[in-house]
Ligand binder design. Structure first.
Ligand code: AGP
Length: 614
């Protein structure tokens, strides 16, 4: 949460910073601000609201200067307003600082600084940092980089910061601990800083991913130096970015979410490319090759994740238990880390995260790692923190996901979990050769089946129009479709603000059935498979109470279509692969309902794409 950008070079900083902030706006959109140095003077503009509100505030008079920083905020401490917006400045107006993270001991630091004569303008935790650095500069007489280093020695918490000092108009100092920061190195000696690579890719493909505890000193004409918090010099490791610029644009779609839903045939295919080899009847996951045997021997697998990634993890539980016969526990990362979990020797922890930056998931990994578990990551963002702290892992090749509501990342995660479970099951002998082959063929066919499901959009839109004013919705599924029901409900609530709950279909009679009346849409995943008849009975129970049923059914099904109020067909598929298909109409349904309700689909209220606070 919160996006930060920085630039020093030969070009005008303001337009670069604004463009960068627009790319990072998915990380938070409570306020936006920029600071630049022009002729030795620090200028700051900040505004509550979106980057476009900041632009309107600047009102066609771009700030001048070839060095600057910018911030887009997801509020933690202090409400979203102009004063709490970043950058925060020192009392003498010489320093400006932007921050992503949380300073946990800010109250103690604030008290000390107040007793030393500092006054605070904002309610943020961040403001202590700028006063602390200023205080150290004055009392110790140290330069900006050293003052930042000394200040961070007093700080407990998570941060990615960038600091500007009008006394050093060619210098940017940045530091990170538990919040991401990437440095782009332009061919012309220009340098870019950002929370992720998306604002950088249009300028350069050469990047340095900062590590925890590092301080970057970027000086015009002198390039980049990196030190650690113990003041040891480190040589920057420059990597090449693989992201394509088009992937960051809407490509003709009205919203990123719709584009990303429609990209799923491609993103699922990309996640299997080079891994599923039909001709040789093999699954090869290069990233976990050295850990395959440990997975085969595992007595237990723990899956840690949050939100949609947790739902993918639940599908993973069913997959690993069915195919690899390994007991699996799926944990909310936030719960896992605080409840002293039992981790046995030989346990495998699979951490799933689209962003690779989710603070709770990162903390859960650290805990499990500290207790000797082997950690396998499934991440989408290359070079992200989670990808770097895990022992091994496989990237989902979904491409950048910009819409806050996760769609293509979910199906890519489930695709990888399917590949992993089948591969381990085959190696263990819990899936025999014929079944393995058959499932590989089915998995390979999924992208074209998703293409087919996407063709139901007009019908989904018609249904969305009927239910757009609903106040509640219930999503039901059994077996592999239960996590899909949870995911469908999450999608609806996060972007359309309709209260929705996902339930195992059979659990309905233990409570939620009391909610059903003629107003209540009940979305049921009722595809042909192991629990089909049971789900048909659940639908009858809903209908007997006058509930409105929207059913996701297997192509050609007439039984459910005869009972349900509406039905959407998906191609026949083995139960284990149904989540990859059934989730698609649910994504489309949420999308169209949200659009019809006038909601901001890509940037729903109160949310941020990457949750880097606990
Ligand atoms: C999904 O639509 C969400 N916005 C959210 O639940 C998300 O899945 C969660 O925050 C986890 O993020 P991650 O996959 O980046 O770790």
């Amino acid at each position: 949460m919160c996006g930060i950008v920085g630039y020093v070079g030969s070009k005008q900083a303001y337009p670069l910073l604004i463009n960068g902030l627009k790319r990072l706006e998915y990380r938070g959109y409570d306020s936006a601000g920029v600071a630049v140095i022009d002729k030795g003077k620090l200028l700051v503009k900040k505004r509550k609201g979106k980057v476009s509100d900041l632009e309107a505030h600047v009102d066609g008079n771009p700030m001048k200067g070839t060095i600057g920083i910018g911030h887009t905020r997801w509020a933690t401490h202090g409400e979203p307003n102009d004063v709490n917006a970043h950058p925060h400045t020192s009392q003498n107006g010489e320093l400006a600082l932007i921050h992503n993270g949380i300073i946990e001991n800010y109250a103690t630091l604030k008290e000390e600084l107040i007793s030393r004569g500092y006054t605070f303008k904002s309610e943020t935790d961040t403001e202590v940092l700028v006063h602390l650095i200023d205080d150290i500069q004055r009392t110790e007489g140290t330069d900006l980089a050293e003052s930042v280093r000394l200040a961070l020695g007093h700080v407990v918490g998570a941060y990615a910061i960038v600091v500007l000092d009008s006394k050093a108009p060619d210098l940017l100092v940045a530091a990170r601990k538990s919040s991401p920061l990437v440095i782009g190195i332009g061919e012309d000696g220009d340098h870019y800083l950002a929370s992720d690579a998306t604002p950088i890719v249009e300028h350069t493909r050469n990047v340095v991913y900062m590590e925890d505890g590092e301080i970057a000193i970027i000086e015009r004409g002198h390039g980049l130096r990196i030190r650690n918090i113990r003041n040891q010099e480190k040589s920057p490791s420059v990597q090449a970015l693989g992201i394509q610029l088009e992937a960051l644009e809407k490509g003709g779609y009205e919203h990123f979410m719709l584009k990303e839903i429609n990209e799923q045939p491609r993103s699922i295919r990309d996640s299997m490319r080079g891994r599923l080899n039909l001709a040789q009847g093999q699954v090869v996951l290069g990233g976990i090759k050295d850990y395959e045997q440990r997975m085969v021997n595992a007595k237990r697998i723990l899956i840690v994740a949050c939100g949609t990634s947790w739902h993918a993890g639940m599908v993973g539980e069913y997959l690993f238990e069915e195919f690899a016969r390994i007991p699996v526990e799926v944990e909310y990362a936030s719960e896992f880390r605080y409840r002293n979990p039992v981790i046995n020797e030989g346990d495998i922890v699979i951490a799933i995260s689209q962003s690779g930056e989710t603070a709770d998931t990162l903390a859960a990994i650290e805990l499990a790692k500290g207790r000797g578990a082997t950690i396998i990551g499934i991440c989408n963002v290359v070079g992200s923190s989670i990808a770097r702290v895990t022992h091994a892992g496989s990237y989902t090749h979904a491409g950048p996901e910009i819409g806050v509501a996760s769609t293509k990342a979910f199906t890519a995660q489930v695709t990888l979990l399917t590949l992993m479970a089948l591969m381990i099951g085959h190696r263990k002998g819990t899936v025999d050769g014929a079944r393995f082959q058959e499932l590989l063929v089915e998995l390979d066919a999924i992208p074209s089946k998703v293409e087919k499901v996407l063709k139901s959009e007009a019908q989904v839109k018609y249904i969305a129009d009927i239910y757009k004013d609903a106040r509640n919705a219930l999503y039901l599924g059994r077996g592999y479709s239960f996590p899909v029901a949870l995911e469908g409900a999450l999608k609806l609530k996060e972007i359309s603000y309709i209260h929705a709950e996902g339930y195992p279909a059979a659990e309905m009679k233990h409570g939620p059935i009391a909610l059903i009346d003629e107003e209540m849409p009940v979305i049921v995943i009722a595809t042909k498979g192991a629990s089909y008849e049971k789900v048909v009975s659940n639908i009858q129970e809903v209908k007997a109470r006058k509930g409105k049923v929207i059913a996701i059914v297997t192509e050609g099904d007439t039984t459910v279509q005869g009972i349900a109020d509406h039905s959407i067909e998906i191609p026949a598929s083995p139960d284990a692969l149904v989540p990859l298909l059934a989730v698609v109409p649910l994504q489309l349904l949420s999308y169209h309902i949200a659009v019809m309700r006038g909601c901001n689909v890509d940037q729903p209220r109160n949310l941020a794409k990457s949750v880097t606070v606990e």
